[in-house]
Design a protein around this ligand. Structure first.
Ligand code: PMP
Length: 364
């Protein structure tokens, strides 16, 4: 279906065509099992091998050491907004430090505040989340139990292009919208979480990488489902896991390793895609106005505006007629957003740029 290759959706996002092909086959029959992926037991040896291979692939892609656990959980990234502070903040009097850089870190903060003391280290609200802080604006405390930030703000289209914080304070990061789109220096974080439905699969599974040392001395009174240690002990098979979603993520990691050739190569492709679109915006004489400060532009989500909401509506209508999908901005801020996740090809971006040039000629 060629429409899938021109899907700029903010998430769930486009997946590689070769992966979709394998998924289609697996719906009827997984080759090595002879059963539909939708009817294979999570207690089968086959599924245990899937989880094992996926874990190995993620470790290989990120160069992750044995001191990390790799978990596949449910509840989306949203459950991690609570699970992180429930685990790390209970009984603490010194606040954890959170950055407020956009829509999603706002959601994170709302949940974290219910669990213990929080300090908002920096807020981009006054700038409508169009930019991210410089190091000079961030005064991390050496005593915080941990820091938390969102590496890529999916809605506003701003992304940190460096690792934040101090090496002596645990870093926790929501990498939902740029995980496995590039190398991320994973070993500098104590906990990383990322749902699958942007760069690596369908909704239903959230990857958590957690350093073993972070889970020493944590409370014992959490519900089993919300205790990372239950999932570690059960090898991500504590209750019925999303077998289908996990299998698709496995297929994407095989694609990253074998077809793309690793995360540096994926990053190079993703950079070319974003550069092509941003360069086009920058040379459109203001017909298309990029939303983010240049230095903080996201490689994943390119947010921009046209002169009026009416012109934007016309843009969406004509894009759809041209077979280009998923460009409407998030309901929180409107505007246009082109998401360029791993599964979206360079040709698709070239096609979008051509359409945008034509649209400007007609309506500029
Ligand atoms: N964090 C980020 C950065 C996101 O983009 C999203 C959703 N798009 C979420 C968290 C929430 O994820 P979920 O719907 O899986 O809970």
């Amino acid at each position: 279906n060629p429409n899938n290759e021109r899907n700029f959706s903010g998430g769930p996002g486009a997946l590689p065509a070769s992966v979709l092909q394998q998924v289609q086959e697996a719906i009827v029959s997984v080759p090595e099992v002879g059963l539909s992926i939708l009817g294979i037991s999570h207690r089968s040896d086959w599924f245990a091998a899937v989880v094992q291979e996926l874990e190995t692939n993620i470790r290989t892609l990120l160069g992750l050491g044995d001191d990390y656990h790799v978990l596949f959980l449910q509840g989306g990234a949203t459950q991690q907004f609570s699970m992180v502070p429930m685990t790390l903040l209970h009984g603490k009097t010194v606040p954890a430090e959170y950055l407020l850089t956009g829509y999603w870190s706002g959601k994170v903060l709302t949940e974290a505040r219910k669990e213990g003391p929080i300090r908002t280290l920096w807020s981009g609200e006054a700038d409508s989340y169009r930019r991210l802080p410089s190091d000079a604006e961030l005064d991390f405390s050496p005593d915080a139990p941990y820091i938390h930030y969102v590496s890529n703000e999916t809605v506003e289209g701003i992304q940190f292009h460096r690792v934040l914080g101090r090496d002596d304070v645990p870093r926790v990061c929501d990498m939902s919208s740029d995980f496995l789109s590039k190398p991320c220096e994973a070993d500098r974080f104590s906990l990383i979480y990322a749902h699958a439905q942007k760069n690596i699969g369908p909704a239903g599974v959230t990857v958590v990488l957690v350093r073993d040392a972070l889970l020493q001395d944590v409370r014992d009174d959490l519900p089993g489902f919300l205790d990372y240690r239950s999932h570690i002990k059960a090898h991500s098979n504590y209750n019925t896991p999303p077998v289908f979603a996990i299998y698709v993520v496995l297929l994407v990691t095989r694609w990253l390793l074998n077809d793309i050739g690793g995360l540096e190569r994926m990053d190079a492709i993703n950079r070319r895609k974003a550069q092509a679109l941003y360069e086009f915006l920058d040379t459109s004489d203001g017909f298309y106005q990029g939303r983010a400060a240049t230095a903080d532009r996201s490689l994943m989500n390119v947010a921009f505006n046209l002169a009026t909401p009416e012109l934007e509506r016309l843009f969406f209508t004509e894009a759809q007629q041209a077979g280009i999908f998923g460009l409407t901005g998030h309901r929180a801020i409107g505007g246009v957003r082109a998401s360029l996740y791993n599964g979206l090809t360079e040709q698709a971006v070239a096609g979008l740029v051509d359409f945008m040039a034509e649209f400007r000629k007609r309506h500029g």
